[in-house]
Design a protein around this ligand. Sequence first.
Ligand SMILES: C[S@@+](CC[C@H](N)C(=O)[O-])C[C@H]1O[C@@H](n2cnc3c(N)ncnc32)[C@H](O)[C@@H]1O
Length: 333
Amino acid sequence: MIDIRSRPALRVQRDDPDYVRRAAAEAAFWDTPSPYGLDAMENIRGNGPGDYYTNRRLTGDRNTPWQETIPSYGPFRNGLVLGTSGMKLEARILEINPALHLTFVDISAGAVERRQQVLGAQFPGRVATLAGDLNFIELDANTYDFVVSSSTLHHIINLEHLAWQVNRALTANGRFFLQDYVGERRFDFSPGKRCVFEAIYHRHMGEGASVTWSGESDISPFCGVRSDEILPVMATYLGEARVRTASALLSPLLRTRLAEHQPDLRQRIEDRVLRGLDRIRGVRSLRRSSVKPAFFRELALVSDLLEDAGILLPGNAFAVYGKRTTATSPAPS
Ligand SMILES: C[S@@+](CC[C@H](N)C(=O)[O-])C[C@H]1O[C@@H](n2cnc3c(N)ncnc32)[C@H](O)[C@@H]1O
């Protein structure tokens, strides 16, 4: 049993020379927004089949993204954001929780400065920022009724420390909202997952169509460092209220290059309509469906079946936690 009153040991120390070097590289990686990062992507993406699929899995409603469910647990006043994600998403959280003040913490000084400038101006008096390392953060006890983290915990090594700190920092009725990548470390998908993905792809595109799996060269030093342990560690140190998962076989879509397919007539018409709408709105959507709809549908169906049966690791999760006050069994390592 784990006594949650005592601090868990750190997996990595602040003065470990290898850690110091990689942490500096991690911060530098996020100092300037990447053209493929969440900040950039959320401005050019419209709602597509991927969004509807994810919403349905994570909230039960295809039109309801996870962040829209937050007010139903509130109202919230004093909030902490563990790592930055996309600014549109963060602005939406402030918008739909009007009494909420948010303190953003991120290892990248550039990322928090952008929040201070943009969100600080949009929501005066409701935004504070801090450049800091979540692997070693110390939070005041019983202070926050709201903690949120999106797309950041999969960069954290001292997960036990962070989970323990969040649990201690939550007020008695506080809530921790987590959305993150929870699949294989460093996106190194299991052989079974690769095999099923390729089999479905070949069924739709022909045996000769190539699938090229991405390596690690374009991801940040700590991306996916302990992603597969996030959910068990959080469940050990916090009180789990709700966990929903998605995307076992859809995460690979982001980490593969697929042979081009010839869009069918319906899709070509949809693309033209979308481009016309984009011109009127002055924005650019990504092609709504860059993969064949029938391939996407089968991938999603098989993904859900194998994920729910515990055969494949999910890729994405949305979880809600409260404050834990009792001992728990340790997370399996
Ligand atoms: C996937 S990115 C989030 C999305 C990003 N803002 C974008 O535009 O794509 C992960 C975030 O975690 C932050 N991060 C990584 N390691 C961290 C650590 N140890 N402490 C605090 N923040 C960390 C990074 O600086 C980055 O902002």
